[in-house]
Write a new protein. Structure first.
Length: 156
């Protein structure tokens, strides 16, 4: 398969610039200002400063690439990057499974599949992984008193 050449400064600047603009537009609807004026700074100040800083850095990357012609080229080779991309996709599926099936079932399904994909063949690792997923669930539930998602029909 053909290698894809990516201009890292240009594309990083574009992606981060667009992301920072979207987040700046969403900020007022996501972080509310208190109904009364206590004289304290607004809760939007720190996220706003960070997002404006991100936008400035994105603009600097774009200028550096287009005006000053300083660019780093990354060659994307699907054969080399495929294993990492597939593991990231498995983690995305895991996140969706946590929402719909609950933490324990998602952990018991996805993490052993990730071990198989990674080439792990020792049974004790699988047992430990499944036990760790179940143990983390009970640790959060009974020690930290934090509810992790369970099956929707179990209610809790």
């Amino acid at each position: 398969m053909k290698k894809i050449k990516i201009k890292t400064n240009l594309w990083s600047g574009i992606v981060m610039g667009v992301l920072s603009i979207i987040l700046l537009m969403l900020l007022p609807s996501q972080v509310r200002v208190p109904a009364y004026d206590s004289g304290a700074p607004s809760p939007r100040i720190i996220p706003g400063i960070c997002l404006v800083g991100m936008l400035i850095c994105a603009a600097a990357l774009i200028i550096q690439s287009l005006v000053f012609k300083k660019e780093k080229i990354f060659e994307f080779d699907w054969a080399v990057e495929k294993p990492c991309i597939l593991l990231i996709l498995m983690l995305c599926v895991y996140t969706a499974m946590i929402i719909y099936l609950g933490f324990v079932i998602a952990s018991v399904i996805i993490f052993p599949l990730m071990l198989v994909y990674s080439g792990e063949r020792k049974p004790p690792i699988y047992i430990f992984t499944i036990a760790a997923g179940i143990g983390i669930f009970f640790l959060f539930k009974f020690v930290f008193h934090v509810s992790l998602p369970t099956l929707p029909f179990l209610g809790g």
